[in-house]
Design a protein around this ligand. Sequence first.
Ligand code: PMP
Length: 390
Amino acid sequence: MKQFEQSELLKRLPKQFFASLVAKVQEVIASGTDVINLGQGNPDQPTPPHIVESLQQAALNPVNHRYSPFQGFAYFKQATAEFYNREYGVTINPETEVAILFGGKAGLVEIPQCLLNPGDLVLVPDPGYPDYWSGIELAGAKMEWMALKEENGFLPDYRELSDLALEKAKLMFLNYPNNPTGAIATEEFFAETVALAKRHDLCVVHDFAYGAIGFDGKKPISFLQADGAKDIGIEIYTLSKTYNMAGWRVGFAVGNPSVIAAINLLQDHLYVSLFGAVQEAAVTALLSSQECVHEVTALYESRRNAFIHALREIGWKVNAPAGSFFAWLKIPDGYTSEQFADLLLEKSGVAVAPGIGFGSYGEGYVRVGLLTDECRLLEAAERIKGLNIF
Ligand code: PMP
């Protein structure tokens, strides 16, 4: 069979670090080990029934069997505006300030292609979500890392950026509640970000994937709540985590109209919009009772409390995340994050994600997803205790 050569563009794409982790885990499972897989970020709870029923009803409607309008149904955009107003007191113009997305990932990967030319510079959090890198590479752009350090609450310290980087950069990615560190942002930090973006002509993209998941009674803030945020940026919201709809592929971007227009233009060339029944179900999710959101957040909080407590009991000094469904755990001296993750997988059948996969400042940590029931999380702690390293 002839092997067609891949384009230079595909060859340039960053290596998917976590693909090799998945392969390692599969190998250990195949050898007969009961692996507790805390390495991934896939919500384990089902989509609430009222949202599934809404999809079922909408699937029967022939209107949804035809192509949907290119940039999505107006009623969905209207619902996103109502959602932002209700949850964050932010006013959104549904006609000019919303772009519908096939999940947050699609928007995050598209944005560099919408705004950048080859060689342009992007400020990226380190550690950070690897999909930002993919979009940047597809646009032929370059990255400048912003270190997220524990002593700064995992917020970037903008004073550490060089004048040259600030002068050259056109785009910045941020993400709070943060994957992988579990940190949340403050109003002061977002205000400082808007000021920096105005001074240096930056477009800020705030990835709000974990927007619903804040602990200890703290509701995570939207970047668009900061004064002037819409002048310089957008926020990407996804229904994947808030409503356990990761498989449905639905999200949206809100904010600066010129960025929204650029996303819509690119998408006009790539796709027709989402299945109409998914759009109807998304509206049900956004506008009906939010009890299911409170329940899932409480579930993650209770898992966090149980797991962190159990780790501290076995002598592992760890900090509790403030939001997201990840715990970011400092590993003992003497291991790289990859060596430590391998040790946990091979000797105790517990899979975690090595911090280095999220960037060089992720070294020294592993990421745990709180995405299995409390019993399994406690069993994971018990198995780690058996290694006698703490
Ligand atoms: N941003 C972050 C930080 C994420 O962790 C994820 C999901 N893993 C996404 C965006 C994308 O989510 P989705 O494409 O399902 O909306």
